[in-house]
Every structure is written in structure tokens, then in C-alpha cells.
Design a protein. Structure first.
Length: 346
């Protein structure tokens, strides 16, 4: 199936396992596509499987707006004991919507809450597991307030509910959003909830921040010392955490992808460029996934105006690059190999 992506479509990627990597994007008709891939080969890198399908419920019942933001997670439903993949988007009235897959695609319940995102809002989602082993979902978006507040809503076995007070430090209107689990070095030191996720965003002054709070609604800013590696305006942001280190990826003013690390002590290690053979197109989204069974592997997904077989720059294509750490030793936390770029569709 041909993808025919929208230029600058949003992207979302989730990994159920090394053999099940799913990326979501929007095509010219407004449909949300699911693109399947896996880790394969020696060394293991992202490999496309050739499967591209349309998510059914979003086409007929609750169609997304063109250029909808996207987020996705994989989880296990407490009530039905089934594995699910959730995709989040907004409709033409900017209402939050979801669809989920177990053995087929279903329309979710999120639309019924009537929550409205700002027209410029991005989305981020994260799955967490509570003390009794039940999964729940946290979804982040910017609301319609003049301050561009970042709000959280959550889903558990009892349904959707609003979250804690919004982040209003203030964030940049239209900031990229990325959420990770609350590991050492980045989780809130003052929160009474030790499972509260950490969401990364861009401030209105263009710095990189997170919801790791310092008290009195003051949030962390990650100081970047090199002007040439500062975040671009409306930088794309992605983040992964292996339990010891947090890596945030973002686009800088020169349109290169930078990688910054926060270790378990909270120390910020200054950014270094990810050596992609071709940088993403301007304003390309970034997604990143890490694998529990292979924490030395990170997959980055982004957009290029490039078709290798025809040498054409007339269409937008999604590409994946596999980053592989030299080892999982602490001394190699900033030493990564970079694979060639793999087009997600044929």
C-alpha cells in the first residue's frame, strides 16, 4: 500500500517488542496509517515488514482533522486482560479522540469527554504500571487557555479522568511534547506521587524543560551551553529512558538532531549531534522508542523529502534510524553507532 503522506504529517511510534514496532502517520486523504516494522539482522536494525494499513474507526466515525497531532502507546487492559495499542488524535473541532486495537480497531471513549485541545497542540502519551500491576495511560496536550497550559488526562480500568494541575511556566504555544516514566534523575523530588510521569516540552523562551518540579510551579530547565546546539523555535522533541539514563532528542537551529542525556543523579550531559546521513526536513516530527529487552537500541523516526530508488524529492517519506550503544556500561552512555536510514514504506 502506498503511504502518500501529508507533508509534515505528525508521527507516533510504539514498540510492543522488537518484532512489533508500529508507526502512525496521516495521508493526504486524512486517514491515519499504521506502518509495521521490527528489529532484525546482525547487527539488529529497524527493518520494514511491508505492512501498511488504515485505522478503520478514524476514517468513518470520528475522522481526524488534517495535520492532526498523534500519540500512541501499547498497554494491557485490566478489565479484559487483552493487549491493546492506542492511537490518540484530534477531530475537526480539536476534541481529543482515540482508537484502539486488540484483534481489530475500535473507537475509544475519549471523544465522549468533550476535552478540547488548542488548535496548535501536540500530543504525548505514556503507559505506566501501578503498585498492583495495573496499566494506566497518561495523555498530554495544550489546552485553549491564553497561557498554553499543558494538561494531563489519564485512563485506567475505571475510565478517563482529569489529572493534576496543568504546567503553566509558561510553555511555548505549539510546543512538542514527549513523556517518559519517572526514573531517578528526572522524577519530581517534591511530588508525593512516585509514579507521576515526566513530560518534556519547550518554554516560551525556547529552552528545553520538563515537569520535574522545583516547587511553587517552578519546573526544570535544561541549560544548553553551546549556542549552535540550542533548540530551534518549535523544535521537535522525543525522549526515552532506560532506568539509568534519560536521552532527549531534539532539532537545533541548523536542523540537525541533537541528543542530550540526564543521568540517574540528575546531572545534565551536554548535547551531541546524531550523525544522520541526511537530516530531517524542517519542522519534521521526531519519535523515539527504546526496548526493555534491548536497552542499548533506540529507534528514531522522522520525515525526509527523498525517495532513494527514484532519487526524487517530490514526496514526503518516513524514515527510521537505529542507534546502538557501544555497550550498556556507564562509560558508554554517550557512545552510539548510527545505522543507515530505512524508509518505512515501499
Amino acid at each position: 500500500m502506498s503511504a502518500n503522506f501529508l507533508p509534515n504529517t505528525s508521527l507516533a511510534t510504539v514498540a510492543e517488542s522488537k518484532s512489533g514496532i508500529y508507526t502512525y502517520a496521516q495521508n493526504y486523504y486524512g486517514d491515519i496509517l499504521e506502518i509495521q516494522g521490527k528489529l532484525a539482522g546482525n547487527p539488529e536494525i529497524y527493518t520494514r515488514t511491508g505492512n501498511v494499513t488504515t485505522i478503520g474507526p478514524t476514517s468513518d466515525d470520528l475522522p481526524p482533522k488534517r495535520f492532526t497531532p498523534l500519540a500512541a502507546i501499547a498497554t494491557r487492559d485490566w478489565n479484559t486482560s487483552t493487549n491493546r495499542r492506542y492511537v490518540f488524535y484530534v477531530d475537526g473541532q480539536n476534541k481529543l479522540c482515540d482508537a484502539y486495537y486488540d484483534s481489530k480497531w475500535h473507537k475509544g471513549d475519549l471523544f465522549g469527554k468533550g476535552w478540547v485541545a488548542a488548535p496548535y497542540s501536540r500530543l504525548a502519551a505514556i503507559r505506566l504500571t501501578n503498585r498492583v500491576g495495573a496499566d494506566f495511560i497518561c495523555l498530554y496536550y495544550q489546552d485553549t487557555a491564553d497561557s498554553g497550559d499543558i494538561k494531563q488526562v489519564s485512563y485506567s480500568h475505571s475510565g478517563w479522568a482529569t489529572g493534576p494541575p496543568p504546567i503553566n511556566d509558561p510553555p511555548l504555544f505549539g510546543t512538542s511534547l514527549a513523556a517518559v516514566v519517572p526514573e531517578a534523575g528526572i522524577k519530581s523530588a517534591s511530588s508525593t506521587d512516585d509514579v507521576e510521569p515526566v513530560v518534556f516540552f519547550q518554554y516560551d523562551k525556547l529552552g528545553l524543560g520538563s515537569s520535574q518540579d522545583l516547587g511553587d510551579e517552578d519546573y526544570v530547565t535544561y541549560a544548553i551551553q553551546s549556542h549552535g546546539r540550542a533548540l530551534s523555535a518549535h523544535a521537535s522533541i522525543a525522549a526515552v529512558d532506560d532506568g539509568t539514563n534519560l536521552w532527549a532528542f531534539y532539532t537545533s537551529d541548523d536542523n540537525n538532531v541533537q541528543r542530550i542525556r540526564v543521568d540517574s543523579s540528575g546531572k545534565v550531559h551536554q548535547p551531541s549531534p546524531v550523525a544522520l546521513s541526511i537530516p530531517p526536513i524542517p519542522a519534521s516530527p521526531l519519535t523515539a522508542v527504546i526496548f526493555k529487552e534491548s536497552p542499548e537500541k533506540v529507534i528514531l523516526v522522522y520525515l525526509l523529502h527523498w525517495t532513494p530508488d527514484t532519487k526524487s524529492t517530490e514526496t514526503t517519506n518516513a524514515y527510521a534510524t537505529t542507534l546502538t550503544r557501544s555497550s550498556t556500561a556507564d562509560g558508554d552512555a554517550d557512545s552510539w553507532g548510527v545505522s543507515s536510514q530505512v524508509r518505512l514504506t515501499r
